[in-house]
Ligand binder design. Sequence first.
Ligand code: ATP
Ligand code: MG
Length: 367
Amino acid sequence: MKLNNISLRQFRNYQALELDFEPGVNLIVGENAQGKTNLLEAIAFLGSGKSFRTTKNGELVRFGAEFADLEGQVFSQERQQSLRWVVFSKSRPRQIWRNGARVKTAGDIAGCLNTVLFCPEDLMVLKTGSAPRRRLGDLALCQLRPNYEAALNEYNRILEQKSRILKDRFECPALLEVLPEYNARLCQVGALIISYRARFYKGLGEEAQKYHYSFSGKREEFSLEYKTVSNISDPFAPLAALQDQLREHLESHARAELETAQCLTGPHKDDFDVSLSGISLKSFGSQGQVRTAAISLKLAQRELMHRECGEMPVLLLDDVLSELDASRQDFVLNQITQGQVFITCCEPGRFTRLGKTIEIENGNVLN
Ligand code: ATP
Ligand code: MG
């Protein structure tokens, strides 16, 4: 999977940009706030319709402009393809084209351009709160399984409506009559989400274990445990069983939900826990262990996508190499000799040996 070129109009700080890329390593160099991360964001968005920085597409549009237009030629699925997105600053729905034809959803372009982002915040992802971990999993799984993405969008939509009911019911008690309907639907879609996640995290953990074993000099056994709603003992169980257990858990929390006006139970609280040779990283990991394990996890994500799609996803390394010490840098660089890679970096000349350098200044390409 390769991105041959990109064309951006009014995207973030880019007024107009046309850029060709190398099939191997592309090094994006520039001072702070010049548009390096914006360019990686554009690449990730082109393939998925999702930004790793915001859920509000309007923010992607250059200040003062009405819409942003992103286009790129990719080689994937054994052919040349083109992708195009137009997103609007106001509430107008985004538009998508694949090979010149309008398509409806991001699912219609699934598998054309998969990306894996690795940024400095990811280095601490196994130590922080659960939201960034859920986000990491969701961004990967949505690219792999369009039906998962549809289910997740549906779940979040119902959850938002339920939250509103719980908050507004003090003023309008009649709203409570529709609550059972929302709960039933949440359990139905929630069961599907859990089922997808169980399989995904199993595969991710297995891949990460291999990387980490060699990374730690065969000393540490990486294991990843998917954590979902507490009364679900087997997330691989049939959907009907998961749905029943979700309902039971919801019922036992119904009063607390009404009292706190919050949605307290469901896969929106899911998490995963990583341990090294049986010791939880979150509670006991040293900084170095946490970083090393995060690298294993990211490399695993890339390998899992490779295995599932038969093509190596595009790797986006945002400022992360310069954050690593020499031995970790070497480990990462040795593992990514295959596939297309984009590396951003502030120091000119630092990684020039790796590939083609693209210099960015204030939303423009120099040279
Ligand atoms: P660093 O090295 O600090 O990470 P960077 O080159 O990665 O810097 P980016 O995050 O890509 O920087 O770009 C940040 C710049 O883009 C900021 O100056 C910000 O104001 C600008 N910017 C962000 N969104 C928009 C937008 N919608 N319209 C115009 N400019 C924007
Ligand atoms: Mg940046």
